[in-house]
Design a protein around this ligand. Structure first.
Ligand code: F3S
Length: 409
């Protein structure tokens, strides 16, 4: 891969050891993917901060980087961590785990990252422009940025996003190039998508079928809620390795079906009707016992509108004794919801609004829970493996009802 004079110096360690380490990662990636050169990225979003994914080796790695003076060169945000910074004790999360987690976050903050701790930073104003090149490592956000905003982003890993943050660079390959952004498979959506969980289920169903290809959806309403499109992307990125979809009339590069496919013909044409949607819901449900002990909403992190909907559903009601209802969101959105009384409505009913964290990346399994309910396809897909939970999958209305009754029916 070609490096200009400045990049050569960075690669040789003439600009510091942390930059040399970062360049080593970027050049290796560029060589693997036959990138011609490096390009500038305007911002980075680093994921994989959870102690679950970092472990002690990752903690040592980032603290060592801080010790040698590593410092981010572009605006950089971080993804969720495994605990709520201010409420982990109250939530019963293990101390040894929380303390290591907070050391990891602190190391990233010392490198200059904004400790936003959210997988939906775009909900609170941290948003790239159309066509902007970025290095984001949160898989659901990658799909959202490529497909809804029209920014350009590969499915970065935590180390490569950090390397981009430390240098402001990324190799020019993959979704940064026009020719790799055209649709491959055609999905004609005849089913009506009514709830956010419908969008997530569709994403997870299609992701299983197409792996890392690019689906083109025709039939999704141009008025689809943003939260639905976020859930669609999260589902696609979980069961598959999808980094981008085209929704005709929504994706900036897909004003028409022809534009979505460029000059290519779809490899396959697949119908999505009510039967496929039923199968999608079944695939995401792993629970058998009707007793529900845990209800988790907010994967990806909730928007203000989602929290308002939950508050409306809970107003005047009470979460069943013995059920934990956790709503995951970011610090800024939680602060807004506190100001406007939404958090208080949820907590008066017995729910908890968390900030910073999520179920999948937190040590929820330490709580010894067995059966959960969620409206998140991503959580339903991962929680059986990462949190040892059996999961009911359904709409937010159904999940809140389960939290009130203590059972799924
Ligand atoms: Fe976000 Fe955690 Fe879900 S990072 S997308 S809430 S698994």
């Amino acid at each position: 891969m070609y490096l200009n004079e400045k990049e050569e110096k960075m690669y040789k360690g003439e600009v510091g050891e942390s930059v040399r380490k970062a360049m080593e990662i970027l050049v290796a990636l560029g060589d693997i993917y036959n990138a011609e050169r490096l390009i500038r990225v305007e911002s980075a979003h680093i994921a994989g901060l959870s102690y679950k994914t970092h472990g002690d080796a990752g903690l040592k790695y980032v603290e060592d980087l801080v010790a040698i003076g590593a410092s981010v060169q572009i605006p950089t945000t971080v993804n969720v961590i495994g605990v709520d910074r201010s409420r982990w004790r109250e939530l019963g999360l293990p101390r040894y785990w929380a303390e290591k987690q907070l050391r990891i976050l602190s190391a990233y903050e010392k490198m200059g990252c904004l400790g936003s701790c959210s997988c939906t930073p775009y909900y609170h104003g941290i948003l790239p422009r159309l066509w902007e090149h970025v290095a984001c490592a949160e898989s659901s956000a990658v799909v959202f940025l490529n497909s809804v905003i029209g920014a350009r982003d590969n499915r970065e890993g935590g180390p490569s996003a950090l390397a981009s943050a430390l240098t402001g660079l990324t190799p020019l390959y993959g979704y940064h190039l026009d020719q790799n952004r055209v649709g491959t498979h055609f999905f004609e959506v005849n089913a009506e998508l009514k709830s956010i969980s419908d969008y997530g289920a569709l994403g997870a169903y299609v992701g299983r079928m197409i792996g890392e290809h690019i689906p083109v959806f025709d039939g999704i309403s141009k008025n689809a809620p943003i939260e639905g499109l976020v859930a669609l992307g999260a589902g696609l990125a979980s069961s598959g390795a999808v980094a981008m979809f085209h929704a005709v009339g929504i994706t900036p590069e897909a004003h028409t079906l022809e534009k979505a496919f460029g000059d290519a013909k779809p490899k396959e044409r697949i119908q999505i009707g009510n039967e496929e949607m039923r199968t999608a819901y079944e695939q995401l449900t792993s629970a058998a016992s009707s007793k529900v002990e845990y209800v988790a909403i907010g994967c990806p992190h909730c928007s203000i509108r989602q929290i308002k909907q939950i508050a409306d559903l809970l107003r005047g009601k009470q979460v069943s004794k013995g059920v934990r209802l956790w709503i995951h969101t970011s610090v800024p959105i939680k602060a807004f919801c506190e100001k406007t009384g939404l958090t208080q409505t949820i907590e008066k009913a017995g729910g908890v609004v968390t900030a910073d964290m999520c179920t999948v990346l937190g040590p929820i399994e330490a709580l010894g829970l067995e059966t959960a309910a969620t409206d998140s396809a991503k959580l339903a897909f991962y929680a059986p493996g990462t949190n040892k939970l059996k999961v009911w999958y359904g709409s937010v209305e159904k999940c809140i009802e389960a939290s009130i009754k203590g059972k799924w029916d």
